[in-house]
Design a protein around this ligand. Structure first.
Ligand code: GLU
Ligand code: MG
Length: 448
């Protein structure tokens, strides 16, 4: 177990000269400061101060017009968590630590997403009698710049060995770097899109899984940059090519290692326990508002189109990739996969809200209905209605409207995060809706 003393010992032994202390804002952007070793003990004990206003920036890195925190609203303190200490493999004298945010009295700062997740995971252990595990499965592109225009870095095909061959240099360095930072990988694939990869992380307790996702996105971009490419988790970089999703596998184990989502007597034949069905019931009930957390960007909604293999409808299914919650075939451990997120989310908020929605489902024994066994995108509006299946919100604006009515999620992440998050996302939508693109100008000036 990593402790403050152990971290200090490694810093000295490995001659670490710089320590970056980092946290994520509501737009999913990593922020932080860099410390010299002498300041580290103090930082781990008391925290490093930041103006609370840093949590009021949108994805365009602009301070929103109606922020909760202004110049007169003081500071929070970022306390690096020793368990996240890792030396950066590409800059050996530098380490990185992820932080919890506390207030001036040292109490958890209510605006901290990592705190919200920790609080909720504790509740789950008491209420569900098990520990929540997650595995994040991120798809991402490698791009190169040609004459000032970004295009896929290669023309690899889906699951082709050629695709992995072409990017072997990147892939190996990426995987070794993840491992050096304590993140285990399971599988590497050349995904559907040209230049698109998928690297699956090993399942871990949900807090570590979210920390690992932060490490993933940091390293993916950094190593691509080092190799003269652009690595991006952007959900839909090209309209005609596959989007990049972030799928989250969710499981629940008790202390004896018993899988609480498994029940071999399941009448539906899926080997799932009532707890699992109710959890899924909660994910579907909160489906539209969860989308605002997991798919929080204007671009996210271009990914979730019918027939795209990304979910366009709120339903679940076994072995079905057109749904929001997929139950994978059971060759490996019984679990399910939430497919509604992408790499622009804050993984702490995502994990917290998934757990909150599921917990709400279990506590109220929510019934998810029958699993969808066909490509949902082929159903007519009438057939969808008959089956009680709704669309995933079609825009960030719609999703945020759902979130603004979801009091369960509000209580989960805390009113202050929820309110600020909604303000930030509405600001982003407002900017987008005022923007006039080249494409629009071309069409309209030539027609009218
Ligand atoms: N690329 C799809 C998405 O955006 C997922 C494809 C797959 O099932 O791996 O979610
Ligand atoms: Mg995939």
């Amino acid at each position: 177990m990593m402790t403050v003393d152990k971290v200090l010992e490694i810093v000295e032994k490995e001659q670490v000269e710089f320590i970056r202390v980092e946290f994520l804002d509501y737009a999913g952007v990593t922020r932080g400061r860099t410390l010299r070793p002498k300041q580290l003990r103090d930082a781990m004990e008391k925290g490093v101060n930041f103006s609370t206003a840093i949590m009021c920036f949108d994805v365009f890195d602009e301070y929103i017009p109606n922020p909760t925190y202004g110049p007169n609203d003081g500071d929070f303190f970022a306390v690096p968590d020793p368990t996240t200490f890792a030396i950066l493999p590409y800059r050996k004298n530098t380490a990185r630590m992820l932080c919890d945010l506390v207030d001036v009295n040292g109490d958890p700062w209510p605006g901290c997403p990592r705190n919200a997740l920790k609080r909720l995971l504790n509740e789950v252990e008491t209420l569900l009698g098990g520990k929540m595990f997650m595995a994040f499965e991120q798809e991402a592109y490698l791009l190169k710049e040609v004459n000032g225009v970004l295009e896929p870095a290669d023309q690899s095909h889906c699951f082709s060995s050629e695709g992995t061959d072409i990017q072997e240099d990147f892939i190996q360095e990426f995987v070794y770097s993840l491992e050096a930072m304590g993140v285990e990988t399971e599988q590497i694939s050349s995904e559907f899109g040209p230049g698109q990869l998928e690297i699956n992380l090993k399942y871990a307790p949900a807090l570590k899984a979210a920390d690992d996702q932060v490490t993933f996105s940091h390293l993916y971009k950094q190593i691509a940059r080092d190799k003269g490419m652009v690595g991006t988790l952007m959900p839909k970089p090209f309209p005609h090519l596959a989007g990049s999703g972030l799928h989250v596998h969710i499981s629940l184990y008790d202390q004896a290692g018993e899988n609480l989502f498994e029940d071999l007597t399941d009448q539906r034949g899926l080997d799932m326990s009532d707890k699992a069905y109710h959890f899924i019931g909660g994910l579907l009930k909160h489906g539209p508002s969860l989308i605002a957390i997991g798919a929080p960007s204007i671009n996210s909604y271009k990914r979730m189109q019918p027939g795209s293999w990304a979910p366009a409808h709120v339903c679940y299914g076994a072995g079905n990739r057109s749904v929001l919650v997929r139950i994978p075939e059971k060759r490996r451990a019984r679990r399910f996969e939430y497919r509604g997120a992408d790499g622009t989310c804050n993984p702490y908020l995502l994990a917290a809200c998934l757990v909150a929605a599921g917990l709400h489902g279990v506590q109220n024994q929510m019934n998810p209905g029958e699993p969808a066994d066909l490509d949902v995108s082929k159903l007519s509006e009438g057939q969808l209605k008959e089956r009680g299946i709704t669309w995933v919100p079609r825009s960030l604006s719609q999703a945020v409207d759902y979130l603004s009515h979801d009091t369960i999620l509000a209580e989960t992440i805390g009113r202050s995060i929820w309110e600020e998050y909604i303000k930030i996302k509405r600001t982003e939508w407002d900017k987008y809706s005022r923007y006039v693109s080249d494409w629009e100008r071309k069409v309209f000036t030539s027609r009218f």
